[in-house]
Write a protein that binds this ligand. Structure first.
Ligand SMILES: [Zn+2]
Ligand SMILES: [Zn+2]
Ligand SMILES: [Zn+2]
Length: 375
């Protein structure tokens, strides 16, 4: 997969892959999954398993042990699955790094993820040197309104995608100009708009649906099934619509829509007013789902409405959670979730699509490797 960013793994994670079922080895900071190779190893399976979860740089070169041909190195090349971060630089230990450590750390260059240009979640909140950024990347000039630049920039899709997923931070988290005219306020949505607008709608819809049910229990079950459906939709929409990347039409319409939908959030992840979904956009996206719910439950309008309302409630919870993960100091349980989502921004945007939980990432094998997580 050319151009694919590989995840970073901690030493502890590599060491946990130490059996015939799953066997990782490292050469320097390269991590290889050699599980499939164990049985075909000319030097015997045992020898590989002796080094499962360990570094093999020395043994590869050690001619006395047994020689390794170029083919062996080719096998390794193909099984590269990620890169090693030292414990010190692993995402979960970042907050413990204090200034006293700087001198010690200077020798260890932090792993900068090539696609995002960042090495940790704190980097997301470091001010971008605006003119320098424009000079270096020749993408968008943050001193000027962004939308027209996206529209007229003549960017190829490849260049656009490469750039838009590199997070920038505008003047301490302020909102960069998007339209640059009287339309500007329309581009800004404060987080509380979401519950304020849509919770009453959910309550009203549920009230309308209620008479179709003999018992509150069945109403609650239908509503909750809508809520559970949302968690899957959250994953699907984020992975396949917001990050349509691969199938995105390579023209200005495609690129501009991508930017407005989710690109701007990856470009400026800490912009408080370009984080939750603008109400107009929400209505456009929610309408087809209203039709879908009533097509599936065409035999019972009340049932379709109850399921739909549960789903919309799920959306409200999602968008608020997303906002809080970026901007609020959270209770312990949420801290893991926060790390997980911020890693989607600074580490690998092609993994970690679940925002309210990593459940569907686990199911569909797109889970981000965040250090400190227990398996
Ligand atoms: Zn994307
Ligand atoms: Zn985010
Ligand atoms: Zn994303």
């Amino acid at each position: 997969m050319p151009g694919r960013t590989l995840p970073t793994l901690t030493q502890a994670e590599v060491e946990s892959h130490n059996s015939a079922k799953t066997c990782y080895v490292t050469v320097g900071t390269n991590v290889y999954d050699v599980t499939d190779f164990i049985d075909s190893h000319p030097g015997g399976a045992e020898l590989i398993l002796d080094y499962a979860g360990k570094d093999i740089a020395a043994i590869l070169k050690d001619e006395d042990s047994h020689a390794h041909s170029d083919a062996a190195y080719e096998v390794l090349d193909e099984s590269l699955v990620g890169f090693l971060v030292t414990q010190k630089l692993a995402p979960s230990t970042q907050d413990q790094v204090n200034t006293g450590d700087t001198q010690i750390n200077e020798k260890v260059t932090p792993t900068i993820h090539p696609r995002t240009g960042m090495s940790c979640e704190e980097d997301l909140s470091k001010d971008t040197d605006l003119s320098q950024d424009y000079k270096t990347h020749k993408f968008l000039d943050l001193n000027r309104p962004l939308l027209m630049q996206v529209w007229y920039g003549g960017f190829s899709k490849e260049f656009y995608l490469e750039q838009v997923h590199r997070p920038r931070h505008y003047k301490g988290g302020a909102s960069a100009p998007l339209f640059g005219n009287f339309l500007e306020p329309l581009s800004l949505t404060p987080w509380w708009m979401i519950p304020m607008l849509w919770l009453p709608a959910v309550a009203y819809g549920t009230y309308l649906a209620a008479p179709g049910f003999d018992r509150y229990g069945t109403l609650a079950v239908s509503w909750l099934s809508g809520l559970l459906t949302w968690t899957l939709l959250e994953y699907i929409l984020h992975r396949f619509l917001f990050h349509l990347d691969h199938y995105l039409p390579d023209n200005r319409v495609g690129i501009t829509l991508h930017f407005l939908l989710h690109g701007v959030h990856h470009y400026l992840p800490m912009d408080k007013y370009r984080l939750v979904m603008p109400p107009t956009l929400f209505l456009i996206l929610a309408t087809p789902f209203w039709k879908l719910a009533h097509a599936i439950f065409s035999f019972n309008w009340h049932l379709g409405t109850a399921v739909y309302c549960g789903g919309i409630f799920g959306y409200v919870m999602y968008d608020m959670t997303h906002y809080f993960l970026h901007h609020q100091n959270l209770p312990l349980w949420y801290k893991g979730l926060k790390k997980y989502h911020l890693a989607h921004h600074f580490l690998d945007y092609e993994l970690g699509f679940g925002v309210t939980s990593a459940f569907w990432d686990r199911v569909f094998n797109t889970e981000l490797p965040t250090a400190g997580k227990t398996k």
